[in-house]
Write a protein that binds this ligand. Structure first.
Ligand code: ATP
Length: 220
């Protein structure tokens, strides 16, 4: 489902961010991406989301070689991805419903189907009944759940999360990870970049460890 094959990334102004990184994630597999600040975690997620391009090597996702993706094909790739960020990236002047609906509205889905899928997504993250509230009326953990509902509303094959629990306390972080495990159970592949070694060690998933751009090892 996702194959990262001898990938290098060099930024013109900052040098090598990734050096010869290779790994594979199958359908319904969940993995953590760990490593020190600047190790290359966000860069790797950006390459998989086609926000940045590899300098060398290739990434295959869902049968597609991302090197061959044209700019016009990028939005179609993104619909198969659910992106989740540390700072949630919510629109604070929009309701919970409108935040979650956004990717489908952009994709041109009709209002009836949007309403049905938004409610299904909010149900999965435990926020059904809060669709008319504004994000600032909700707690940090709930705001991240809005971000997750928005990420899964298009039923992505792959979830990419960059420090999704970075602003949450340990209990809320564990709840968010549990949500990711539920998506994994229904066949979604999940890759989570995190500093939270404590949480990683408590959960039994593959760990990809980056150090100065190199993949040091992978263990289950
Ligand atoms: N857009 C960019 N332009 C130039 N250099 C960049 C860019 N993005 C990242 N880098 C550099 O690439 C290296 C890897 O950074 P990256 O953000 O991928 O690390 P990270 O592991 O995600 O770190 P953190 O945990 O602090 O987010 C760093 O040296 C960083 O300065």
């Amino acid at each position: 489902m996702l194959t990262v094959d001898h990938v290098f990334k060099r930024y013109a102004d900052a040098g090598d961010a990734l050096l010869d990184v290779s790994f594979h994630l199958g359908k319904g597999e969940m993995a953590f991406l760990t490593g020190h600040s600047g190790a290359g975690k966000s860069t790797l997620l950006k390459l998989i989301a086609a926000i940045e391009r590899c300098s060398r090597g290739q990434i295959l996702f869902d049968g597609q070689n991302l090197n061959r993706l044209t700019d016009r094909q990028v939005p179609y790739l993104r619909r198969k991805l659910g992106l989740i960020f540390q700072d949630y990236k919510l629109l604070f002047d929009k309701t919970v419903f409108d935040n979650v609906a956004l990717p489908m509205v952009v994709a041109g889905v009709g209002p009836h189907e949007v309403a049905r899928r938004v409610r299904a997504s909010l149900d999965k993250v435990g926020l059904l009944g809060k669709e008319n509230k504004y994000p600032l009326a909700l707690s940090g953990g709930e705001q991240q759940r809005i971000g997750i509902a928005r990420a899964v509303v298009n039923k992505p094959a792959l979830i990419l999360a960059d420090e999704p629990t970075g602003n949450l306390d340990p209990e809320l972080s564990a709840e968010i990870m549990h949500l990711f495990e539920q998506f994994k159970q229904v066949g979604v592949t999940v890759l989570i970049a995190t500093h939270d070694i404590d949480l990683v060690s408590k959960l039994n998933h593959k760990v990809l460890k980056l150090e100065h751009g190199r993949l040091l090892g992978q263990h289950a």
